[in-house]
Design a protein around this ligand. Structure first.
Ligand SMILES: Cc1cc2nc3c(=O)[nH]c(=O)nc-3n(C[C@H](O)[C@H](O)[C@H](O)COP(=O)(O)OP(=O)(O)OC[C@H]3O[C@@H](n4cnc5c(N)ncnc54)[C@H](O)[C@@H]3O)c2cc1C
Length: 448
């Protein structure tokens, strides 16, 4: 099998990449391990879509995101595009998103190969010749001229021996994992302020007794669901390496048991939850951080906090540096910061305190954005591999910002365009002129 551009991973970044280069006329194959697209938005029930707005009247990300929202809205799966950037996040129905995203891809003639896991790559002189896929047919080799790694974990860069980093520089620990889930059958009218407080007390007490490893004793919200009586929950943490199958297995089992306990306690003790049921558990544990490629440029915390702009900007980031404790701790604080009051030993607080961000210094300047340079998408020495999404070249703290889904779609779209230009001009990916990416982004309504 041979295709012009092969995109691996059908999540927010991979969908955008495949859509953008197919729109330009390339023959694109999108390979995805599950039987549906959407990545964490569907297989992890993650939502709402964040990082999309600059202020109430201006989006920070458009292009593919806008077309996806418009399509999903038409199918009754989210609000109108014009209303979506008036709020902090864009809630959506994860089941509708599976269908709307697929439609969008098929309209641009993206060829989709589901149920296929890429497990290896053949490389000569920093050029990927072919990748290997495992699926029900057995093993398949797929050749391509350009490859786009949208696996979230930089799997293709890893299989091709490109350099990468993982987690904090001093211990390699990455942000904790966490599974999102949905509870339906909730009588939301019964959830008065008093009831909510009572529920939170029950959950907090369980946390104090270490029976629930939760960082947020909340009653969920409209994230990957918009349905009446259904809420999605993002409350748990599990510390481990998201590229290690033993940690992944432990995490899946542990978090599912935690989810059950969380729901059961609400059902038995909280008015409004009497008739509730667990309506959706994720197909995949939520992975926040694993490998980052070492690109021609590495995005830093400073770039984000100063709102740095670069000539080769191909996407805008606006989200704050949101780091979930790499040790999986849940008490006192939401994020990993200097002000963390953990009473247990923590190497970051003990020896690397200067490395941690301070609570009041986690955001880009207000009403402003930072550039994501094209150089962050190109692994050092790469001839025909571009990397998009949460595993682009960024330090541990910068990745805490660029990992949100709207930003991943923005780097995905730009990476897809860059792949098309490299193919069209028969040049290596590091020679792609960012000005040309920007020009096509404008035609595709992308912002940079
Ligand atoms: C618990 C949790 C809560 C979060 N909350 C939010 C939130 O509220 N809002 C927000 O915007 N972001 C949130 N995020 C972050 C966001 O979901 C991810 O960072 C984002 O989805 C990353 O997009 P991606 O395209 O890089 O990767 P992914 O979404 O992970 O997509 C990668 C795709 O590649 C496929 N794949 C991986 N490896 C292979 C392979 N070897 N072969 C074939 N296919 C492969 C996967 O199946 C997947 O479909 C959250 C993350 C977590 C874990």
């Amino acid at each position: 099998m041979e295709r012009d551009i092969v995109v691996i991973g059908g999540g927010p970044s991979g969908m955008a990449a495949a859509w953008a280069c197919a729109k330009l006329g390339a023959k694109v194959l999108l390979i995805e391990r599950y039987g549906f697209a959407g990545g964490m938005a569907t297989n992890g029930l993650v939502g709402s879509i964040l990082g999309h707005y600059l202020n109430e009247s201006q989006p920070a990300v458009s292009g593919f995101l806008k077309f996806l929202i418009e399509k999903t809205h038409k199918m009754d799966g989210c609000e109108k595009w014009e209303d979506s950037f008036k709020k902090y996040g864009i809630p959506f129905d994860s089941e509708i998103l599976k269908i709307s995203s697929e439609k969008l891809l098929l309209e641009e003639k993206v060829e989709i190969l589901y149920h296929s896991f890429v497990c290896d790559a053949s490389v000569e002189n920093y050029e990927i010749k072919e990748i290997e896929v495992v699926n029900k047919n057995g093993k398949m080799k797929i050749k391509g001229k350009i490859f786009i790694d949208a696996t979230g974990d930089a799997d293709i860069a890893f299989f091709s021996n490109f350099e990468y980093t993982k987690g904090r520089f001093f211990d390699g620990k990455t942000q904790s994992m966490g599974s999102m889930f949905k509870i339906a059958g909730i009588d939301e009218d019964k959830l008065t302020e008093d009831i909510v407080k009572r529920a939170q007390k029950i959950l907090q007490d369980l946390r104090e007794k270490n029976e629930l490893i939760i960082y947020n004793a909340g009653l969920g919200g409209k994230g990957s669901t918009r349905r009446k009586g259904e809420r999605s929950f993002n409350v748990m943490r599990f510390s481990g390496d998201g590229t290690n199958v033993f940690d992944l297995t432990k995490g899946e089992i542990f978090l599912r048991q935690q989810i059950y306990k969380y729901w059961k306690n609400l059902k038995e003790n909280v008015p409004g939850f009497e008739n509730s049921y667990l309506s959706n558990l994720p197909a995949n544990i939520g992975i926040r951080e694993t490998r980052q490629i070492k690109g021609i440029y590495t995005l830093t915390e400073e770039d984000i906090l100063k709102g740095n702009k670069t000539e080769d900007s191909i996407a805008r980031g606006t989200y704050w540096i949101d780091i979930h404790c790499p040790l999986g701790r849940t008490k006192n604080v939401h994020i990993c910061i200097k002000e963390c009051k953990t009473d247990e030993y923590c190497i970051a607080l003990d020896r690397y305190i200067d490395y941690l961000p301070s609570h009041d210094k986690l955001r880009p300047p207000s009403n402003d954005w930072f550039s994501i340079p094209y150089r962050c998408l190109v692994p050092k020495n790469s001839k025909n591999l571009i990397v998009v999404g949460r595993c682009i070249s960024a330090d541990h703290k910068a990745m805490g910002s660029i990992r949100v889904m709207a930003t991943c779609m923005a780097t995905g779209q730009a990476g897809g365009i860059a792949g098309y230009i490299a193919l069209d001009e028969n040049i290596s990916v590091d020679k792609v002129n960012p000005k040309k990416i920007q020009k096509i982004l404008e035609e595709q309504e992308g912002l940079y």
